[in-house]
Unconditional design. Structure first.
Length: 203
């Protein structure tokens, strides 16, 4: 059984329904004010399974499929089947923390999408396979560790400077959770990461 495929299928179905049914989307998206005021805690999880539009859905689905399959296979072999769901749902919850802190008294703030979870998957993948070549913006070939650094730095910067209407805090905190979870569950990934970088850079 593949948890990644289950998450992917459920997300596609739920997002499709929510895109065509605005009332359903409104009920499932992340709304920190309603979480606090009305104890609608389901939103902390359900927002990751609905998306704003089909482009938003396609991007997150692509990242999950591209990196989740190999990562889940590795985690099942070395840790057990339960660890990929822990990574995924932990990324969802951890990425929701900044929104709750910042916007619990703001009735107009809303967010949605699997960005926190897929960011956790992406960073965990990069820690495990740091020198694999990835295409930045689907064009520029770079080693995975460079993409990871650029991702975290750029998302942190864009969050601090409120660039656009994207929840950059969810990207950054989801990625941070992926890093912390991976190091905590597989401590050997750190020396393996360093050794891979040393070999790649010729040190």
């Amino acid at each position: 059984m593949s948890w990644m495929l289950i998450f992917l299928v459920v997300t596609v179905i739920a997002s499709y329904q929510a895109i065509n049914r605005p009332a359903l989307k409104e009920h499932l998206l992340y709304h920190p004010y309603r979480v606090k005021a009305f104890n609608e805690w389901h939103r902390v999880v359900t927002h990751a399974f609905v998306h704003a539009d089909f482009t938003h859905l396609a991007l997150n689905a692509f990242v999950l499929f591209q990196f989740g399959a190999r990562l889940e296979g590795l985690m099942q072999q070395t840790l057990g089947a339960v660890f990929f769901p822990l990574l995924y749902f932990g990324g969802i919850a951890f990425a929701a923390i900044p929104g709750m802190i910042r916007h619990h008294d703001n009735p107009s703030y809303r967010s949605l999408g699997a960005s926190g979870a897929v960011s956790a998957v992406l960073i965990s993948y990069i820690l495990n396979f740091p020198t694999v070549e990835l295409l930045l913006f689907f064009v520029v070939p770079l080693p995975a560790f460079v993409v990871g650094i650029l991702f975290l730095v750029s998302e942190y910067y864009m969050d601090k400077h409120s660039v656009g209407n994207i929840a950059h805090d969810a990207h950054f905190w989801g990625g941070l959770y992926g890093l912390l979870f991976t190091v905590a569950t597989t401590p050997h990934v750190v020396p393996a990461f360093v050794a891979a970088l040393s070999a790649y850079l010729g040190f």
